[in-house]
Design a protein around this ligand. Structure first.
Ligand code: FAD
Ligand code: SF4
Ligand code: SF4
Length: 480
């Protein structure tokens, strides 16, 4: 009988790629996990029990064929594993690095449920495609035939780029417009290098350009070109602009200098640390934590990124204020642990009440202590103030990481008929991204609100399919 290559979870323990020691990794902005060695990837993939109904797959937004590529990896058929993996995911090595796997595929692995520790799906996914890049298997799009139709995509984040890739594969003429100087959206300027090194993103941008996608950078739609002009140039338009309006705090002292927005802080850091750009607000200390007592307000993944960036910039102390407790924070537990290892102190059940300052420069955060009260309508326990427990936390840099909202596109773009929800996100059809403006689609965070890279990829791919179907139907009607 042939030797069973899989189901090794009983004999082989779960193992992640080596994590760099906190003392070393906090000195730079490089990724913290090493790559699996081939033998380790095979061994870890072989732990999968090849479930008939794979919950990992049903909880992956892209429905990646995980059991198949694990099997192919375990049996050394890596090129086939790569082909299977890239068939459903435009950026597998990026998702392997930054998906919150504990909430998606890995969190639903049956082996995890049975107490053996999940199959390390994300790390294997990253290994497969990083190896494919090393071996030269990743090639630019070379459509069998060119099509006449053109699509304009506003926003070069993962949603826009995933759509660009699928459309270009089919021979469509694709132009991506973005107000930044580099493509990638939050992959480039939001997410820090210690989670996602930037050459991983830049090589993807280059691949798309090599496959015939035209990038028009430094082009702010609504300012440099009007939305109507873009619509007039293309047969279809995809809005993939993400959400960038930071939620703010209005309380005593909140206008003091030294209180900054997370996205500004992270963008400056990504530019300086990863691209060597010169950023005046970093150099003058506005977005630089070096030597400072830093307080980050918020408990999500953006807050974690600000905390860990501050550590790497050489802050004197780095504290996180979050109004609920650890069990109720929105950020990933894995990232919280990484932050703690690197020296971040979490002040749970703590909320800002105001800020102290000297001559208009922030010197501290007035903190009120909270406890969790009765569950609200959503079932989540509401934080309540504990009277008389206030204190002041020293701070000379305060970073607000309170979440993001969409910009007012109908106003900014002079498109009163562009449909938006009461939260300002664009109203678009589930699975196609179609809006009620003919030929206008929307994908990613601008539809979902602040979400995840993997969902933006899913939206981009679905939308590209819907547009291709539209073009095919139109061509068939014209030919009749
Ligand atoms: P974006 O990535 O935001 O891209 C939108 C693009 O549109 C940008 O390049 C922008 O410049 C451009 N644009 C906007 N308006 C215009 C205009 N008027 N004209 C021209 N161009 C325009 N998700 C994860 O899955 N894992 C993580 O670890 C993770 N970490 C995160 C960390 C931070 C700090 C942040 C802020 C988010 C994080 N996310 C993470 C969320 C994830 O980055 C987003 O969900 C995802 O990038 C959304 O993709 P998108 O294509 O919709 O938009
Ligand atoms: Fe898991 Fe994300 Fe990969 Fe899907 S794309 S298998 S959720 S890491
Ligand atoms: Fe393999 Fe786990 Fe997926 Fe089952 S749920 S197929 S064990 S990875």
């Amino acid at each position: 009988m042939a030797k069973q290559p899989m189901l090794k979870f009983v004999k082989i323990d779960r193992d992640m790629p080596v994590k760099r020691a906190a003392e070393t990794r906090k000195e730079d902005f490089d990724e913290i996990y090493a790559e699996f060695a081939a033998i380790k990837a095979e061994e870890q993939a072989s732990r999968c029990s090849q479930c008939g109904v794979p919950y990992c797959q049903s909880h992956c937004p892209l429905h990646n064929n995980i059991p198949d590529w694990l099997n192919l990896t375990a049996t050394g058929r890596l090129k086939e594993a790569y082909e299977t993996s890239q068939a459903t995911n435009t950026f597998p090595e990026i998702c392997g690095r930054i998906c919150p796997q504990d909430r998606l595929c890995e969190g639903n692995c049956v082996i995890e449920q049975s107490g053996h520790g999940t199959v390390t799906i994300g790390a294997v996914e990253k290994y497969i495609t990083d190896t494919a890049w090393d071996k030269g298997w990743v090639k630019p799009n070379a459509p069998r035939a060119e099509r006449e139709e053109s699509v304009g995509i506003i926003g070069a984040g993962p949603g826009g780029l995933a759509a660009a890739d699928m459309l270009r594969k089919a021979g469509v003429q694709v132009t991506v417009y973005d107000r930044y100087d580099r493509a990638g959206g939050l992959l480039t300027y939001g997410i820090p290098g210690f989670k996602l090194e930037k050459d991983v993103v830049m090589r993807r941008n280059q691949l798309l350009a090599d496959g015939g996608v035209t990038f028009v950078m430094n082009c702010n739609i609504g300012e440099d070109i009007s939305f109507d002009e873009i619509r007039g140039k293309h047969d279809a338009v995809i809005i993939a602009t993400g959400v960038y309006k930071s939620r703010d705090l209005t309380m005593p002292g909140s206008g003091a200098t030294g209180i900054v927005k997370a996205i500004d802080f992270l963008t400056a850091s990504n530019r300086v640390a990863n691209f060597g750009d010169s950023v005046p607000e970093y150099e003058d200390g506005t977005f630089n934590a070096d030597g400072k007592n830093v307080v980050v307000i918020g408990g999500g993944d953006t807050a974690m990124d600000c905390l860990r960036t501050s550590i790497r910039q050489g802050a004197k102390s780095v504290k996180c204020l979050y109004r609920r407790d650890r069990a109720n924070m929105p950020g990933s537990q894995r990232e919280t642990q990484n932050a703690e290892e690197e020296g971040v102190v979490f002040e749970w059940l703590s909320a800002p009440k105001g800020f102290t300052d000297e001559s208009g420069k922030v010197t501290g955060v007035m903190v009120q202590k909270m406890r969790l009260g009765q569950p609200d309508a959503s079932g989540r326990q509401s934080p309540e103030v504990i009277e008389g427990a206030d204190y002041v936390e020293d701070a000379d840099l305060v970073i607000k990481a309170l979440g993001f909202e969409p910009e007012e596109l109908p106003t900014l773009w002079d498109q009163p008929n562009l449909p938006v929800t009461r939260w300002g996100t664009i109203k678009a059809e589930f699975r196609t991204g179609a809006t009620n403006l003919d030929g206008v689609y929307a994908v990613g965070d601008i539809v979902r609100g602040a979400s995840l890279v993997v969902w933006a990829i899913k939206d981009g791919r679905d939308c590209a399919e819907a547009i291709l179907e539209r073009f095919t139907t139109k061509a068939a009607v014209a030919a009749e």
